[in-house]
Write a protein that binds this ligand. Structure first.
Ligand SMILES: Nc1ncnc2c1ncn2[C@@H]1O[C@H](COP(=O)(O)OP(=O)(O)OP(=O)(O)O)[C@@H](O)[C@H]1O
Length: 221
């Protein structure tokens, strides 16, 4: 689904490049974990594959088409969903409205958006009453579940997440990773999760590590 070809990136303020000629393939139906020490460039990599930034050289292809050709705005709207560590929900809206707003913005083809969103929220333990509460009144774990349901409901087939369990306790973290697995295995999406937690990485189908400017496969299923 996603192909990274000869990717190079550097920040002007740094003397060293972050990566040197990364070549990678990410397939649909799989959950990927990306590990790496602090400062190795994980978040930067995610911003490149999410179309939030552009490589200095090399190309990224989504279903065979370069992101440049698709156009970054269209790519971000239609092809990729991003789950942030800090959830990035619209704070003054309910869980339900956060999801229906995302479906609206991304021009989702789903009919009965409200019923669908409620059904999906129910599946992760958020009932109709809770779904109507302002998200600021939900716990961190509940907010992250809403953010993941938002990614599940949208039609985008690529889901990228930056340390999505960073603010959660162990039980909530495992629940979140179960949802990501479901997204990959049941909805056939390609899910890429950045984490520094080995326990989370263990749950992934394929684990990559960013080290010495390269991405190494350290577990493959
Ligand atoms: N906008 C920026 N301008 C200059 N340097 C930056 C910028 N953003 C990040 N960096 C630097 O690039 C390197 C990689 O940053 P990045 O956030 O991608 O790493 P990371 O692996 O996600 O780190 P962490 O695990 O600590 O979140 C770091 O040395 C960081 O200081």
């Amino acid at each position: 689904m996603l192909q990274v070809e000869n990717l190079n990136y550097w920040y002007q303020s740094k003397s060293e490049p972050l990566y040197e000629d990364l070549n990678l393939t990410f397939d649909e139906g799989k959950l990927y974990g990306i590990l790496g020490s602090s400062g190795s460039g994980k978040t930067t990599f995610l911003s490149l594959i999410a179309g939030l930034d552009t490589p200095k050289s090399g190309d990224i292809y989504y279903e065979g088409k370069s992101l440049k050709k698709i156009g970054l705005t269209r790519y971000r709207n239609e092809c990729v969903s991003i789950v942030f560590q800090s959830y990035n929900l619209l704070p003054y809206l309910s869980a339900l409205d956060n999801i229906t707003a995302a479906l609206e913005i991304t021009h989702s083809k789903k009919a009965n958006r409200k019923e669908y969103a409620l059904e999906m929220l129910q599946k992760v333990g958020i009932d109709a009453e809770m779904a109507k509460k302002n998200v600021q009144h939900l716990s961190g774990g509940q907010q992250q579940r809403v953010a993941i349901v938002r990614a599940m409901c949208c039609d985008a087939r690529l889901v990228v997440a930056d340390e999505p369990t960073g603010n959660l306790d162990e039980q909530n973290s495992l629940e979140i990773i179960r949802l990501f697995k479901q997204l990959a295995h049941e909805q056939n999406k390609c899910v890429i999760v950045i984490t520094h937690e080995k326990e989370i990485a263990e749950q992934c189908d394929t684990v990559l590590e960013l080290k010495s400017k390269k991405m190494h496969v350290i577990k493959s299923s």
